[in-house]
Design a protein around this ligand. Structure first.
Ligand code: ADP
Length: 182
């Protein structure tokens, strides 16, 4: 699949492994413990190395002793990754939030983008948050994420490029069928 661009070229949709993105920040679909796990989280901690895990441990100790709440975002360095920073956000486990799944998933995108902007980062890459182990239906997630990103871009121009990285071609195609970017 060729890469696709939307919103004056600011949004790039592509297939790939997010740990290979050379960019200001990649977003991690973390869990509330912030200590690594399966899926994209495991890949980021493995490739990024101990520095990221250590910084996460410190964030837990100082700011979130009970874990990072769903929808919130925190930032660490990129460790050994090509990305300069990692923004860790916790997606909703689908069907366990009393009807608030969509609002919480939108928060993940909004809070991650706000944190990037606060740190003067210009480029950021997202995986498809919650659509793996957390079971969020991919078509619905495409609507929620694209709306949240479009809303954010209508309010600020700090971010120049948002890359949406899908782990497989069918996943990217599903996004392209359901998004609200154009
Ligand atoms: P969650 O627990 O939020 O569902 P997962 O890591 O299980 O997180 O999955 C989120 C999405 O990330 C899934 O669509 C999965 O296919 C994708 N994914 C897994 N590994 C990578 C990777 N290295 N790069 C990009 N996307 C990935």
């Amino acid at each position: 699949m060729t890469e696709k661009r939307f919103l004056d070229g600011k949004i790039l949709v592509k297939v790939g492994d997010i740990t290979e993105e050379k960019i200001d920040a990649i977003v991690n679909a973390a869990n509330s413990a912030l200590l690594g796990g399966g899926g994209v989280d495991g890949a980021i901690h493995r490739r990024g190395g101990a520095k990221i895990t250590e910084e996460c441990r410190e964030i837990r100790r100082t700011a979130f002793p009970h874990g990072l709440p769903t929808g919130k975002a925190v930032i660490t360095s990129g460790g050994n990754l090509p990305a300069r920073f990692v923004i860790h956000t916790v997606g909703p486990v689908y069907g366990t939030n009393g009807g608030k799944d969509a609002a919480l998933l939108a928060d993940c995108y909004k809070n991650s983008l706000e944190l990037a902007a606060e740190n003067n980062l210009r480029t950021i890459a997202f995986p498809s948050i919650s659509t793996g182990v957390y079971d969020y239906p991919k078509g619905e997630a495409a609507k929620v994420s694209s709306n949240a990103i479009r809303d954010f871009l209508s309010k600020t121009d700090v971010i120049n490029e948002i890359r949406l990285i899908f782990f497989s071609e069918p996943d990217a195609r599903l996004f392209l069928e359901h998004h609200n970017l154009s």
